[in-house]
Design a protein around this ligand. Sequence first.
Ligand code: NAD
Length: 498
Amino acid sequence: MTTHQITAVERLMVIDGKDVGSAVDEWFERESPAHDVVVGRYPQARAADVDNAVRAARRAFDEGPWPRMSGAERAQLLYRVAELIRRDAEQLARTEVLESGKPISQARDEIEGSAGLWEYAATLARHSYGDAHNQLGEDVLALVVQEPVGVVGVITPWNFPLLIASQKLPFALAVGCTAVVKPSELTPGTTVHLTRLLLEAGIPEGVVNTVTGAGETGSALTSHPGIDLISFTGSTAVGRLVARTAGEQLKRVELELGGKNPQIVLPDADLDAALDAIVFGIYFNAGECCNSGSRVLVHRVIAEELQTAVVERSRQVPVGDPLDETTKVGAIVNQQQLDTIERYVGEGNADGAQLLLGGDRLSLPTGTGRFYQPTVFTGVTPEMSIAREEIFGPVLSLIAFDDLDDAIRIANSTMYGLSAGIWTRNIDAALTAARGIRAGTVWVNRWMDGYPELPFGGYGASGLGRELGRQALTAFTETKTIQLQVGPRTARWLPEEA
Ligand code: NAD
């Protein structure tokens, strides 16, 4: 694929069912990080646009049909959205590639995964119910009902644009919430496209509104008094700001943040399988992944053997034009991210880690784009920044340990706790690690797969709350207790008048 086949698309925002520009008629552009050409043009939403969007969502919630429909009716519409995502899959995948730099084959999988999330949420729409209490005494019956929390502000990052929007939105909609969505300014295309598909599916106007813009737009959404819950995925630094505003205003908040995820390799592991998972874990999405397996903790007795093999496999990873069907690792999302990767590699070298492979930019024959070489450090110790901080690039840190307790201690030594893995044939070691590691997901002899049925989220600085699974609905509902008198009220506070 050559650059001349790439054209820029202009996409308006969607507020109250209508395509709109921004009130001040300002625009921003997105360039393809692999091809250096403009691929998208979007309105720059200011506070007034956010206000319009929140008011539309508020009206749709307070007065519209959506929260009043049956779960079954909402489920039908969510299924229809999944069908429309599949109909437009190729277009959506291409938009994802051009805005994020990820490989086309991976983008197709993410679009299909997104459709699956809408389908799963549709099943839950018919299963949002509470409890009944019949053992509180003869004269009382109590109901505990789950009500939609209200208007949800959805803020998403650039690394998995449609997938992450689909980890939030259909679950919020399933229980009857309405929403304002703010995708990353780097990758708004598929979220705007999705908003139009929701209207086409028959979801009423104003139920989902999408505004485009950067941090300032996200901040206007977070602080808007008409928002009841902020569901945020992004960096831990911005997550803290969102949580602070939510705390001041006593808004509900749900956060999916960063990670520095360890894979532990014991000497008895199936090393071939572990090796594949190690290179997949660090190079998938160019390492720009919250679940990136960016730390490999390896038992000292196999450390040398493993590091040689990791370097060998890393050399085989096809980095290239993301529109090429055979590419596994595409472009780095923008210059700022590339600078961050280079800064961390510099710190790794300065701290005395040994660079085994990569450590530099990569130029493609086309001469366009920003790419980074698969990079492997060994001799990394837990206090180095490349062992503790989220780099968000294709940079692997190999850390040696002496026994399982040591490995678990190192695994738990960062502020994060999103995910972790262990490679061993010893069931006791696997279970000890699975229970001892403080992370939201632990994989045993597998890595980084997910299912809509399984809850996902982080301990510590990796987040607050859980997405997916049956529990997904919890964040989007309030619990109400209804107490009913049965028969005459005989218990008196003041004595009855004679
Ligand atoms: P980011 O925090 O820079 O931005 C995320 C979103 O927040 C964007 O839409 C951005 O415009 C918006 N934003 C920026 N400043 C804001 C503010 N002050 N108030 C409100 N919104 C604001 O993150 P990113 O660089 O887009 O994404 C990468 C980060 O996301 C990584 O740290 C990664 O680990 C994390 N992430 C986590 C998960 C997860 O599920 N735990 C999944 C994917 C990505």
